[in-house]
Design a protein around this ligand. Structure first.
Ligand code: GH3
Ligand code: MG
Ligand code: MG
Ligand code: MG
Length: 311
């Protein structure tokens, strides 16, 4: 991969060696499956249901080979729990078991398993079935990220942002923590396009988006393209002081890109006007209010001379 491709999460996803999680209470069964898959995949294992749930959180495997009969927690229960957690629901599960009881098989598939393999099995068949499920998973993941990503800049798109805002709004309403929103609009961007051309405008938007993402470092933070030359950042559990610090850093960082803008009426560089709003959400209120408040501040920044932050 080239360095540019390394930064592209989609391409990264296609090149990574998939991780398989093997779950079985018998070391011998784990060993057999390990031998089959060790060359083609990263393989990790668990010897109990509880350990399997832990491993899934730690390693985020692309696929799970799951024994049915285990003491404490059986495979059906493990499957049920994984399918009811947002973080693990999309991981395909293949049951591998000694019983060839069709009722067990139906129960496994009903629980959300992708496939059901009965022992004794042939290594080539197990490999082929795993490969099929991984291909499906990769296609689904790819589609999901395409649906959620802005095609030009690679940051989250409006749809992804709207859904995340709704979720964070409800979560913060439950926990009583502040939710911050930063809205950024590129200054005199119509003039930029008119002077440098639309393709150069596109590159400018890509560079700004990249710069904003680089500043956000907490896992829950999100930068998104809100529309045309407007970006929005969502910072959960962040009070005004922190949000203002991030917004100020973003305003400086865009200026520091030093992208020439001969037609800007502020400086001769590309700049952004930034609005910040923070609230402790109430479940009954509309999250659109927060966007509205940030937008209001952003227009204040425009009217006060652009290339600045208002809150
Ligand atoms: P202001 O400082 O008041 O924000 O002025 P502005 O010129 O930035 O605002 P205006 O809303 O008049 O213009 C926004 C421009 O952004 C117009 C549009 O052509 C451009 N734009 C929107 N989306 C894209 C895009 O995807 N690529 C490019 N190159 N330009 C875009
Ligand atoms: Mg067993
Ligand atoms: Mg605008
Ligand atoms: Mg603008």
């Amino acid at each position: 991969m080239t360095p540019a491709e390394l930064n592209n999460p989609l391409l990264q996803m296609l090149h990574e060696k998939p991780t398989l999680l093997i779950v079985d209470d018998h070391a011998g069964s784990i060993q057999t499956l390990y031998e089959i898959f060790k060359d083609e995949y990263e393989v990790c294992f668990a010897t109990s249901g509880a350990q399997a749930l832990e491993r899934c959180k730690e390693r985020q495997p692309q696929l799970i080979l799951l024994d049915v009969m285990m003491p404490d927690m059986d495979g059906f229960e493990v499957c049920h729990r994984l399918k009811s957690e947002p973080l693990t629901e999309a991981i395909p599960i293949i049951f591998v078991t000694g019983t060839d009881d069709p009722y067990q098989e139906a129960r496994g598939l009903d629980a959300g398993a992708a496939d059901f393999i009965t022992k004794p099995f042939h290594a080539r068949v197990v490999m082929a079935r795993v490969r099929t499920q991984l291909t499906l998973k990769r296609q689904t993941d790819l589609l999901r990220s395409l649906v959620l990503m802005d095609g030009l800049t690679g940051v989250a798109n409006r749809r992804h942002f709207d859904a995340t805002l709704e979720n964070e709004w409800r979560r913060c309403a439950r926990t009583g923590s502040p939710l911050a929103l930063i809205l950024l609009d590129v200054d005199f961007f119509k003039d930029y396009n008119d002077f440098y051309g639309h393709p150069a405008g596109d590159v400018c938007l890509q560079r700004v988006a990249h710069q904003l993402s680089a500043i956000l470092e907490r896992p829950g933070d999100m930068a998104a393209r809100y529309g045309g030359e407007e970006f929005v950042c969502l910072l959960p559990d962040t009070p005004m002081e922190g949000a203002l610090a991030v917004a100020t850093e973003m305003e400086s960082a865009v200026r520091a890109l030093a992208i020439p803008h001969a037609r800007s009426q502020v400086t001769n560089l590309v700049t952004v006007s930034v609005g910040v709003a923070v609230t402790v959400p109430k479940a009954a209120e509309d999250p659109g209010e927060l966007v509205f408040c940030a937008d209001l501040q952003m227009y204040k920044a425009k009217n006060a001379g652009r290339a600045q932050v208002k809150s």
